[in-house]
Design a protein around this ligand. Structure first.
Ligand code: HEC
Length: 316
């Protein structure tokens, strides 16, 4: 009897020791793995996704992950839609890896207005599918996140609605964090997120000497502007994208209308311009952003769209 009891006792002690060791090794969600900054640096504040799910910033969103994070607000007339459309190109290049091994988060800095439902509508407008998560939360928590991520700028918190237009990408596990402009070339951003942050290195033998590197193509001003600001939403002759196909638009619309449209589409829509209203309804209520172009930019873009339309038609 006593023999059995002492055997049992020993079994129990062993089980307890084993359990204690397991807790030491894997327990305490905050100490297990995670990168060098870890939960001591990154706040584990609660946020709500555009699907209404509650998540915790450090534990659920970034810990051990490769992530891209930016801050937006949905009522912003110009920079945020342009930024979102640009990032959508990165999202498309990364494809189904988003939500699987890389994670994209857009956090609202106007949480009072940007409820989960408003964010969901915003995502739908941009035809953003699964993997890319829009988030809202408490204003003070979001401000803290912006500070911790280095995307908070004292001087522009003046209620003008301007905010720091940066994207931070990082690998939480390795502790490598980089800020980039969301307006950078989408392919290079996708490479940074999907390859470089995974420790990808270019093998030495593939490194080419400068003399072999092809010249940087010299774009005209119009082409440069078009490629960097417009291709996220438009094509010329390849069909509708987020916005209408622009093939032949310079013949279809009056020059003065186009000039003004390129400079202040937001004002024209607000004034109830009939073409603007009709298009707004047709394109998912996604407003063309005011890209702060001047007369010279607008004229260069019109010349480019006209030449490009001619080129496309000749090729057909
Ligand atoms: C965020 C997406 C987005 C970006 C970026 C964007 N547009 Fe648009 N654009 C639209 C949408 C959407 C419309 C349709 C009107 C509306 O809904 O406001 C439109 C309408 C237009 C029209 C009017 C088409 C017509 O048939 O009358 C022109 C011209 C145009 N865009 C040119 C440009 C140019 C040039 C650029 C770059 C400098 C640009 N857009 C950048 C989304 C965008």
């Amino acid at each position: 009897m006593s023999l059995i009891r002492s055997n049992k006792f020993r079994l129990w002690t062993r089980a307890l020791i084993l359990a204690a060791l397991l807790v030491l090794a894997f327990g305490g969600r905050h100490t297990a793995s995670g990168g060098p900054y870890g939960s001591r640096y990154f706040p584990n504040v609660p946020l709500t996704t555009h699907d209404g799910e509650q998540v915790y910033f450090y534990e659920d969103l970034i810990k051990d992950k490769v992530v891209a994070i930016n801050f937006i607000y949905t009522s912003c007339p110009d920079s945020c839609p342009a930024e979102t459309a640009k990032l959508r190109q990165v999202y498309q290049i990364l494809g189904d890896r988003v939500g699987r091994d890389v994670f994209m988060y857009s956090i609202s800095i106007d949480p009072e207005h940007d409820t989960p439902a408003v964010l969901k509508k915003f995502a739908t407008k941009f035809r953003i599918g699964p993997g890319w998560v829009f988030l809202t939360g408490k204003e003070e928590d979001i401000t803290l996140l912006r500070r911790k991520l280095g995307l908070y700028m004292e001087e522009i918190q003046d209620g003008s609605g301007d905010h720091n237009l940066s994207l931070i990408v990082g690998n939480e596990r390795t502790g490598k964090w980089i800020t980039r402009s969301p307006f950078d070339d989408p392919t290079s951003l996708a490479t940074l997120i999907g390859h470089d942050l995974f420790g990808g290195i270019t093998p030495r033998e593939n490194v080419r000497s400068y003399s072999e590197v092809p010249d940087v193509p010299k774009f005209s001003r119009g082409e440069y502007l078009y490629r960097s600001r417009c291709t996220s939403c438009h094509t010329i002759g390849a069909g509708d994208s987020l916005g209408p196909d622009l093939l032949g638009v310079t013949e279809q619309r009056e020059h003065a209308w186009l000039m003004r449209w390129l400079k202040e589409p937001d004002k024209m829509l607000a004034e109830g311009d009939p073409i603007a209203r009709d298009q707004f309804a047709r394109y998912n209520e996604l407003a063309m952003p005011n890209l702060r172009l001047d007369d010279a930019d607008a004229a260069a873009l019109i010349a480019y769209m006209a030449a490009q339309s001619r080129g496309v038609r000749q090729a057909d």
